[in-house]
Design a protein around this ligand. Structure first.
Ligand code: GLY
Length: 569
């Protein structure tokens, strides 16, 4: 805590709040394009202003990674529920020559974290402690991740990439109906968890079209623009984070900040029915679950079963159930736990997992255990393809919408609640209802298991699809279903993304479906097989770019489920 010195106080006094009047950046309500067909380059993200920022960078000659950096920082301003600098994520990159790289900028547990920190003295789980407030926060990875990606694959100057985000934070932007509703819902949680009233809280209710101005965040972004990585993990921003920890008795220390480093990992790669799939390896479970689910389908012809037919949904739900049972037992941070990735993806193992599959009858999750392989909202996603054909797929998060609801006083940014992605105790569900065991127990410096699945698909060595989505544990099953929609059911991209989705995650033992997802006959047909079918809120917000096989044009589709916007030129 020695960083909290006299200099810190001077720094706090220096924090500016330059006055600036709100001026429209683009007309409100925004024009939201859900689908574009582009000749050269495309961006799809959760917010029209972030999509526009990415396109501007690409037009100025930036690479896909330059655009990704600019979009990430823009989302930290215009999509505060998940776009972030206080969280983390995963970036998957494939260059025009086919070389791929995967960057893990997932948050880490503070060094002082312990396996039982979310339990009381009798071992009972304290669920709110991992979800709200200072103990929910992992050491953020986003700024280091963007810095590292830019260092390796960027072309335009770093500061130039942050300027749009600084301007959006300083001048403000007009919030949409969804944003107004969400900010109103979170008002009490922000007041409870913040030491000073953050810009997300307003006396009266927020209305669509209101300006959200974030001057503290603009200052933080200026420090990052000027000092790079050190502008967050050191200097003034670190002082503000440590002051917050000190005021709220949190665990993150100066050493935790200094020691945070994102990690380049080998992308998970596999072939499936004529395409080649690149995705994220552990500490995300996403890529491995995708590989398992696609593998467990074997040679079954889904198209002949029919899109959203009882037979197809039953098969897909059974595959999802089995993969999630394996997740709970075997998957965790590979730097702390030996994940039997090869065994879990082995074709013989995957077909043995389906040996008890009955095409007429649901398996009961309580009788289905994880296999023994031989071997050893809230989140957000954006997809980008640049003019040279380089592709980036990024999923990034604070975990829950608005993370821990702790806004760093004077820093203007929200800290994540990624500690909830650990297993607080074997068998205890996290906020997504997912359970885990030893593999994903809390430990100092460990990364919590993720479900994020940024994915890139190639066909005949050429880029075919860039895809991903938010949605916690529904992420891998949403990506799985979009891949099947495109490559097995041959649906146009818009339908592949916009069609209703469902989800099975082993426990709870139910097929979760979006409202009005299935026809009236379908639900009784699934129930007759022994499935429980439960309606739920929308699943995922998929952002996809598909390279048309004939023309090579880029079809970009943004999910209808939010303010998500596609753009291209
Ligand atoms: N926080 C959601 C995930 O990483 O899967």
């Amino acid at each position: 805590m020695n960083v909290l010195s006299k200099n810190a106080l001077l720094f706090i006094l220096f924090l500016g709040s330059a006055a600036c009047s709100a001026q429209p950046i683009v007309p409100f309500p925004y024009t939201v394009e859900k689908e574009v067909l582009a000749d050269t380059a495309a961006v799809v993200s959760a917010h029209p202003l972030a999509t526009q920022t990415g396109l501007d960078i690409l037009r100025r000659g930036g690479t896909a990674v330059d655009a990704a950096v600019a979009v990430q920082f823009a989302l930290a301003v215009v999509y505060p529920q998940a776009g972030n600098i206080g969280g983390g994520g995963f970036l998957l990159y494939r260059d025009k020559a086919g070389k791929a790289a995967a960057l893990d900028f997932r948050e880490k547990a503070p060094a002082a974290a312990t396996e039982t920190m979310f339990q009381d003295s009798s071992g009972k789980v304290l669920p709110n402690k991992s979800r709200f407030g200072i103990f929910a926060c992992g050491v953020p990875g986003t700024v280091d991740g963007m810095w590292e990606a830019h260092r390796k694959y960027g072309r335009l100057p770093w500061g130039q990439l942050l300027q749009p985000a600084i301007d959006l934070a300083e001048r403000g932007y007009q919030i949409t109906e969804q944003e107004a509703k969400q900010l109103n819902e979170e008002k009490i949680a922000f007041i409870k968890n913040c030491k000073i009233t953050p810009s997300f809280v307003k006396m009266q209710a927020w209305e669509p079209g209101d300006w959200l101005i974030q001057k503290d965040l603009a200052q933080t972004l200026r420090r990052i623009a000027g000092e790079g990585r050190e502008g967050f993990y050191g200097g003034g921003t670190a002082i503000l984070i440590l002051l917050e920890m000190s005021k709220q008795h949190g665990l993150i220390t100066e050493a935790d900040l200094q020691n945070y480093h994102s990690v380049w990992r080998k992308p998970l790669e596999f072939d499936w029915r004529g395409v080649h799939i690149l995705s994220m390896p552990p500490p995300s479970s996403g890529g491995l679950l995708l590989q398992q689910m696609l593998g467990m389908l074997g040679t079954q012809d889904l198209k002949s079963m029919g899109f959203h037919s009882a037979a197809a949904i039953h098969l897909m739900a059974e595959v999802e159930r089995r993969a999630f049972a394996d997740r709970a037992e075997h998957m965790g941070d590979p730097d702390f736990w030996k994940v039997p990735a090869k065994g879990l993806a082995d074709p013989a193992y995957l077909s043995s997992r389906m040996a008890d599959f009955d095409p007429q009858k649901a398996t009961r999750s309580k009788t289905l255990k994880a296999g023994q392989p031989k071997e050893s909202d809230e989140t957000t996603h954006f997809s980008i393809v640049d003019a040279e054909g380089n592709a980036v797929s990024v999923t990034t998060t604070l975990n829950d919408a608005y993370g821990s609801r702790v806004v760093v006083s004077g820093g203007g940014f929200i800290l994540n609640n990624e500690m909830d992605d650990f297993s607080a105790k074997p068998g205890a569900p996290n906020l997504y209802g997912a359970i885990g065991g030893k593999a994903n127990a809390v430990a100092g410096n460990k990364r919590p298991l993720s479900s994020m699945t940024p994915t890139i698909v190639t066909r005949d060595g050429k880029l075919s699809l860039v895809v991903g989505t938010p949605g916690g544990t529904t992420i891998p099953t949403s990506v799985f279903q979009v891949l099947l929609n495109v490559y097995a059911f041959d649906l146009p991209l818009r339908e592949a993304v916009h069609n209703k989705r469902f989800h099975h995650q082993w426990l709870p033992d139910a097929i979760q479906i979006e409202e009005n997802a299935f026809s009236e006959e379908l639900i009784p047909a699934l129930e007759a097989m022994g499935h429980t079918v439960t309606p739920r809120s929308p699943i995922g917000r998929v952002e996809a770019i598909f390279r048309e096989p004939g023309s090579g044009k880029l079809r970009a589709v943004a999910d209808y489920r939010g303010d998500d916007a596609a753009g291209g030129y």
